[in-house]
Write a protein that binds this ligand. Structure first.
Ligand SMILES: [Zn+2]
Length: 256
């Protein structure tokens, strides 16, 4: 069918466009700037038009500079746009059912924004975690998950990380691990159910070590390591494996 053949093109276009929004929001949200205002060049203040806002292409055509004043535009914009485009195309490719693929891609887009803010500003916005938790209503509606499994997962993941945070904070005598991480863990449990706790922690732990090593190589010696991106990566990998049917995971949701 023609519509099915065009799906990857749509997925890529939606992903690239949402990527523009994510890149802008990662810059605007922490500064409290409205997400809905028109984009303007931060250097010269010129409002950007359609020609300046085509994902990836505008940046390439203007060779990474503002078309009006010549100020440098960070390569993070095309990079985040490409990453979001790849996320949408990748989900469609890995998950056979388009409705499920786009649900995962939407979740990944919200969590990519969270991760970018955590990496740069060391906090996970509650609103984004809440939005990711709300999206978990979709698998419930699609019959991919039972509400009890989801609730037990959220309680187990959230309770465990809350307890861990309390113990570690008491041991080191200062607040270890942000409350944002605890909320993110509870949200992940909602999506994964209690049976996937062990593989989730394993993947997140490995991811966290790799991130920490990369940061140290990059010369970043800040004591607080943002753990959000590792949690997000672990959640997305497990969901893609589970929903993509690539690997039946023991303890996964029945029928998932
Ligand atoms: Zn400018």
């Amino acid at each position: 069918m023609a519509e099915t053949a065009l799906l990857p093109v749509w997925a890529l276009l939606v992903g690239l466009t949402l990527g523009s929004f994510v890149a802008a929001a990662a810059w605007r949200l922490p500064q409290g700037i409205s997400l809905w205002g028109r984009s303007a060049c931060p250097a010269c203040g010129t409002q950007l038009g359609v020609r300046d806002l085509v994902p990836v292409l505008s940046w390439l055509m203007a060779r990474g500079r503002c078309r009006h004043c010549g100020a440098r535009v960070s390569p993070r914009y095309p990079f985040v746009e490409l990453a979001t485009g790849a996320l949408w195309l990748g989900c469609l490719y890995l998950v056979p059912e388009p409705a499920e693929a786009f649900t995962l891609a939407s979740l990944g887009t919200v969590l990519l924004l969270s991760s970018l803010i955590d990496l740069e500003h060391r906090y996970l916005p509650d609103g984004l975690t809440a939005l990711a938790a709300l999206l978990a209503a979709v698998p419930l509606a699609l019959g991919l998950a039972g509400p009890l499994t989801a609730l037990l997962g959220a309680l187990l993941f959230g309770g465990l990380s809350w307890g861990l945070r309390a113990v570690v904070s008491w041991r080191v005598g200062r607040e270890a691990m942000g409350l944002g991480d605890v909320k993110l863990m509870a949200m992940a449990g909602l999506w994964l159910g209690p049976g996937l706790l062990a593989p989730f922690l394993l993947l997140a732990g490995v991811g966290g070590l790799v991130f920490a090593a990369v940061r140290r190589l990059g010369g970043d010696t800040a004591p607080e390591v943002p753990f959000g991106p590792a949690l997000v990566l672990s959640l997305m990998v497990l969901l893609l494996l589970q929903w993509g049917g690539a690997a039946p995971i023991p303890g996964a949701w029945p029928g998932g």
